[in-house]
Design a protein around this ligand. Structure first.
Ligand SMILES: *[C@@H]1O[C@H](CO)[C@@H](O)[C@H](O)[C@H]1NC(C)=O
Ligand SMILES: *[C@@H]1O[C@H](CO)[C@@H](O)[C@H](O)[C@H]1NC(C)=O
Ligand SMILES: [Zn+2]
Length: 502
């Protein structure tokens, strides 16, 4: 996902604290991706894209319907702008194009590409089981039910939906030729030409029913985690010659610059999964995710409400196992009975909701159990950033901006994903959320169950690992459970070292 318009100054003024806006960024060197978060803190934050979509992250979700694109077949009478913005080649799209079938209407804005180089034709952003494709196309849409334009949507948690298409070198692709034939006209940064409309649908794979779905971000600064990602399972092909046109024609420098800088390898590296799961619309033979299923939206909602402020005893009873991978149901059997006794007392305590001093918890303090408000209100990253920045400035800890933002949006994004059924709550995320709860017996009990479940998941993964590519358990390692205590004054069970009992 690439979000650079041809009027970046206007956009950045709308979305950034003055001190942060407008910084130059590139794919390597001193302004390369490892330095993006200096000026664009969300790039160092949570829920970033792209990711390496590994088998153990996948969960089959039978409620994921085929993607439906509307008005994608453009007439040759319509003029599209093909441009080089210094980071990618981009085609503007008319607002009559949209995706239907998602919770909101998402109106198309532009499409663009990421690619490798002639010497290394591997430049997709997303990877599937660590395989990097030659290139990747992103068709960017914004939530036009809630926002008037792209600028207003770009920093909202429900703002964008992007269709990702993996591109491999193979057969010649006539649809891609519709714009590649004009690419010599936009060799340099900020150059653009008008091209005739064509069938944008033909750029997508034949099957729109098989895809990966997860919550992520823009893959370029400002990296807002505002994207509902759909990555199609099936790739498309372009010929080697077509790939070379993309990879060797363009420059990221202006025509008048004395030292031309080639525009290639414009992809971001895979990001941490941050306890996310990836939903899949298709069932793949004997893959691990074949045995993982997601709970129904209503069940999930109820479970999350319990996680936040409800009765942990009930959750330990019946709710928790529904979050766990198949085969772990017996975990909770035989436990829990005596927990119920304390439940009304603890429930009253939870409802005071004064447990966690983080920004997020403060913002939740007024919300009742019945309506969490999470699904309705979008997070606005721009103003959150300004608020955190302001607070940190007063306490002279500016360098903690990235971490503070990370802490404040992580739980909410996890919950939001869960409630919106976009992706699933992974076990470490549940632990994270539960850290805000008081250290009661139920809390200890639940933590024990989670620890066991994590352990079992690990073993299962290890067993399966022998037949799938090497994995790094990013989201399952204790190290990734955030280390800073949010609660003050008492030791919290979630912060104690995990006991690997069995
Ligand atoms: C987007 O919409 C907002 C609110 O209506 C408006 O102020 C802004 O000028 C618009 N931006 C663009 C680029 O059209
Ligand atoms: C919380 O609720 C009280 C009363 O219901 C209201 O006066 C106050 O403005 C609310 N605070 C926030 C932050 O919404
Ligand atoms: Zn992109």
């Amino acid at each position: 996902m690439h979000f650079v318009s041809f009027t970046p100054i206007l956009l950045l003024q709308l979305t950034f604290p003055a001190v942060l806006h407008g910084a130059k960024w590139t794919y390597n060197g001193l302004d390369g991706e490892q330095h993006w978060s200096k000026h664009y803190p969300y790039c160092g934050g949570t829920f970033q894209s792209p990711i390496d979509i590994k088998s153990e992250l996948l969960r089959f979700d039978p409620t994921l319907r085929p993607i439906e694109v509307q008005n994608y077949n453009l007439s040759p009478n319509e003029q599209l702008t093909l441009g080089n913005n210094g980071h990618s080649v981009q085609i503007s799209l008319p607002s009559k194009m949209y995706i239907s079938g998602l919770p909101h209407r998402y109106t198309a804005a532009q499409l663009h590409f990421h690619w490798g180089s002639s010497s290394r034709p591997e430049g997709s952003e997303h990877r599937v089981n660590s395989k990097q494709y030659a290139a990747e196309m992103h068709v960017v849409h914004f939530n036009s039910d809630k926002y008037p334009n792209m600028s207003m949507a770009v920093d909202k948690s429900d703002g964008l939906a992007v269709l990702g298409v993996l591109i491999e070198i193979g057969e010649f692709n006539p649809a891609f030729e519709q714009f590649l034939k004009f690419i010599n006209g936009i060799k340099y940064r900020d150059q653009r030409v008008q091209v005739s409309g064509f069938n944008i649908r033909a750029l997508l794979p034949a099957r729109l029913d098989e895809y990966y779905r997860y919550d992520g971000s823009l893959t370029t600064p400002p990296c807002y985690p505002s994207v509902l990602w759909t990555l199609f399972r099936n790739h498309v092909t372009i010929s080697h010659k077509q790939f070379l046109a993309l990879a060797t024609t363009l420059y990221s420098s202006h025509a008048q610059d004395s030292a031309p800088v080639p525009l290639n390898d414009n992809y971001r590296k895979p990001q941490h999964t941050d306890s996310r799961a990836v939903l899949v619309s298709f069932k793949e033979g004997k893959g691990l995710h074949g045995i993982l299923t997601v709970t129904s939206p209503l069940t999930r909602k109820r479970i999350v409400q319990q996680l936040l402020v409800g009765d942990l005893a009930d959750l330990a009873d019946e709710g928790l196992y529904q979050l766990l991978p198949g085969g772990t149901e017996k975990l909770h059997a035989g436990k829990k009975k005596d927990l119920k006794n304390q439940k009304s007392e603890t429930l009253a305590k939870y409802n005071q909701a004064t447990l966690n001093p983080s920004l997020w918890k403060k913002s939740q303090a007024n919300r009742s159990v019945g309506k969490l408000g999470l699904a309705e209100d979008a997070l606005c990253y721009g103003s959150l950033e300004q608020r955190v920045f302001h607070q940190l400035k007063q306490s002279h800890t500016e360098n903690q901006l990235v971490q503070a933002l990370r802490d404040s949006i992580f739980p909410e994004l996890n919950l939001r994903s869960y409630l919106d059924c976009k992706s699933d709550l992974a076990l470490p995320a549940i632990r994270h959320i539960l850290r805000g709860r008081p250290p009661t017996d139920e809390a200890f009990e639940l933590d024990r169950s989670l620890t066991k479940a994590l352990m079992i998941q690990r073993k299962t993964s290890t067993a399966i690992k022998k037949s799938v590519p090497v994995t790094n358990y990013g989201s399952l390692t204790p190290a990734t459970v955030p280390r800073k205590p949010h609660s003050q004054g008492y030791p919290h069970p979630w912060l104690l070292p995990m006991e690997w009992e069995d």
